[in-house]
Write a protein that binds this ligand. Structure first.
Ligand SMILES: [Zn+2]
Length: 44
């Protein structure tokens, strides 16, 4: 009756490990995060 189904779809972002969140590697845009410095947790 009072059941509320919570569907919290929060896209979790993780700091890109490849560029350590800087978005760049050796002055080149990180291909993993595409320069955002963040990485979608859904993708590996
Ligand atoms: Zn990156």
């Amino acid at each position: 009756m009072g059941d509320i189904v919570k569907k919290s779809k929060k896209p979790k972002k993780e700091k890109c490990r490849k560029c350590d969140g800087s978005g760049k590697i050796n002055d080149k845009t990180c291909s993993t995060c595409k320069g955002t410095g963040k990485r979608d947790l859904l993708h590996d």
